[in-house]
Design a protein around this ligand. Structure first.
Ligand SMILES: C[S@@+](CC[C@H](N)C(=O)[O-])C[C@H]1O[C@@H](n2cnc3c(N)ncnc32)[C@H](O)[C@@H]1O
Length: 296
């Protein structure tokens, strides 16, 4: 079959893409490309489209309805994924590993971080985020980044001079940690990525790093995720071994065009209340809100 979709199918792809763009955080062009790419290899649907005179008639068929529903699900679940699919991630990681010059390394870090849902969301407000959190990280000698994702790839090590001695970044996602450990334009020995699950406990982390207590810990967009997926681990998070905790949440849903600030604020607020953590200050960027709490 030819590579361009049958006209009736192309019209329906356009309509579906517009609908997806209204509902989800994706542009219509990108949604259409994804839908068309999938439908190009759907032989049965294309054969039916070739025999069906109008988009309206095709839209009523069961085969089309199934394909449309699958296309919407694909878009939704792809948007909900934190990290890009394997191939895309591997290519980015390889580029980062090969980067020698600072500028190449920075470009590779940015590209990877912009492909991870959490850092991609933060990217347009990164300067604002760093400025608002600098009162905490600016004076740290030791910083712990829990459930770090790819944030360590965007951390401005050049702005902390020699003060920061250790930035320990941990996540249960081993691929993220591979990327963190591939970042080379950081003074030697400062950044270390560790594969670690909250469930492993603080002693297991200490055994890996030799650090008992940190000046501050980042829990960026972590508490709402843990509250949803593994609420029993919240008590451990509240016990993070640091003087200060920077706890943030998202203001926008990952996939849907939906403001979730109220819900996420409630989760973070009840985390502080339940575990007796004192909130010292709050901040906000267009995509994220944060509470700075005293650690235990
Ligand atoms: C929403 S992402 C936030 C990533 C990063 N902190 C940021 O804001 O850019 C949540 C991260 O927490 C990690 N995570 C979730 N549950 C975890 C657990 N039990 N132990 C360790 N990491 C966890 C996920 O792998 C993911 O990278």
């Amino acid at each position: 079959m030819s590579d361009s979709l049958e006209p009736v199918l192309a019209q329906l792809a356009e309509r579906l893409a517009q609908e997806a763009a209204r509902r989800y955080r994706i542009g219509a062009d990108q949604a259409r490309e994804r839908i068309e790419r999938t439908w190009r290899s759907h032989q049965a649907l294309r054969a039916l489209a070739g025999k069906t005179p109008s988009p309206r008639a095709l839209a009523r068929t069961r085969l089309y309805r199934q394909a449309a529903s699958q296309a919407k699900k694909d878009i939704y679940y792809r948007l909900r994924r934190y990290r890009p699919q394997s191939d895309e991630f591997s290519t980015g990681l390889e580029r980062l590993r090969r980067a020698v010059a600072d500028a190449d390394c920075q470009a590779a870090c940015e590209a990877l971080a912009r492909a991870h849902a959490s850092t991609a969301e933060r990217w347009p407000d990164l300067d604002g985020f760093l400025e608002r959190t600098q009162p905490v990280w600016g004076d740290c000698a030791t910083l712990l980044d829990l459930g770090c994702g790819l944030m360590p790839l965007l951390f401005p090590f050049d702005r902390v001079g020699g003060r920061l001695r250790r930035y320990v970044a941990c996540d249960r996602d081993a691929r993220c940690i591979e990327a963190v450990n591939a970042r080379s334009q950081v003074p030697s020995g400062v950044l270390e990525g560790r594969v670690w699950d909250i469930d492993d406990g603080w002693q297991a982390l200490e055994a890996q790093t030799g650090i008992q207590h940190y000046d501050a810990a980042f829990l960026l967009k972590l508490v709402p995720v843990v509250a949803r997926q593994q609420p029993r681990l919240l008590a451990a998070l509240a016990d993070a071994p640091a003087d200060w905790l920077v706890v943030t949440g998202s203001r926008q849903a990952l996939a849907r065009r939906q403001d979730i600030s109220r819900r996420e604020r409630a989760v973070v607020g009840s985390f502080a209340k339940r575990y007796g953590l004192v909130v010292e200050s709050q901040f906000e960027t267009p995509s994220e809100f944060g509470l700075v709490m005293r650690g235990t």
